[in-house]
Design a protein around this ligand. Structure first.
Ligand SMILES: CC(C)(COP(=O)(O)OP(=O)(O)OC[C@H]1O[C@@H](n2cnc3c(N)ncnc32)[C@H](O)[C@@H]1OP(=O)(O)O)[C@@H](O)C(=O)NCCC(=O)NCCS
Length: 198
């Protein structure tokens, strides 16, 4: 059940259209668990990566990854003082991944990917909110993200989540920097009931 404070933040920080969208998306991701990644996820994350379409791989990694290297797999699962990683899991398989690491332009740089069949159902926003909630808890106040210029979906998502984001175009990619807004992050995290845990 949502707490009163969660409802208050939810009502205060999101527009009516956003609230409808969040509720619609919440219903479709019930049964999905968001949790920290770990070394025990190695086989699962490999299956997740090779199951992504070439298009999704390219938007996330700026290249195709037909056979992910060990170093990449380790980097995606590393959680330490410099890096954080979370996964969305459903029926024992990973369907989404998000990571943050200490950045240059911002306190944390983030990267995120959701498996093709689960895109557009609210999981991406949820992963970002959970990741940023953890980063803010560790003291981060600014977030950065590198996005391919053609990635309209993510640029739209960024404009909606962070209307004041600064975007700098550099050789086909867009460098995004924004303030982490704990209230919005909190509202997004609390907007789904217990089956989606974080
Ligand atoms: C980016 C990504 C992680 C978003 O995850 P997602 O689960 O699809 O996103 P959500 O369902 O939470 O949608 C978030 C917003 O994206 C936009 N969006 C989602 N699906 C869309 C679509 N088919 N067309 C246009 N915009 C869309 C909307 O703004 C949406 O907000 P809304 O729910 O208020 O309408 C996912 O699409 C993905 O893995 N893309 C490939 C990798 C990538 O681009 N990573 C980012 C760079 S690191």
């Amino acid at each position: 059940m949502r707490t009163l404070i969660g409802e208050e933040y939810f009502a205060r920080t999101l527009s009516p259209i956003d609230r409808l969208s969040v509720r619609r998306n919440a219903e479709s991701v019930i049964g999905t668990q968001i949790r920290p990644a770990g070394p025990y996820d190695e086989a699962r994350i490999r299956r997740f990566l090779v199951g992504l379409s070439l298009h999704t791989q390219t938007l996330r990694f700026f290249t195709g990854i037909p056979s992910p290297k060990d170093a990449l797999v380790r980097a995606l699962l590393a959680v330490d003082g410099q890096r954080d990683a979370i996964v969305a899991e459903r029926d024992g398989e990973i369907i989404g991944h998000a990571m943050s690491y200490r950045g240059g332009l911002a306190d944390v740089e983030i990267a995120i990917v959701v498996t093709d069949e689960w895109q557009g159902r609210g999981l991406g926003r949820k992963l970002i909110a959970t990741l940023l909630g953890r980063a803010a808890g560790a003291g981060a106040t600014t977030v950065g993200m590198d996005v391919l210029g053609e990635n309209r979906k993510v640029l739209k998502l960024i404009r909606r989540m962070w209307p004041d984001a600064k975007m700098t175009v550099s050789s086909g990619a867009v460098e995004v920097t924004a303030m982490i807004q704990p209230a919005v992050t909190f509202a997004e995290q609390r907007s789904v009931g217990p089956p989606l845990t974080s």
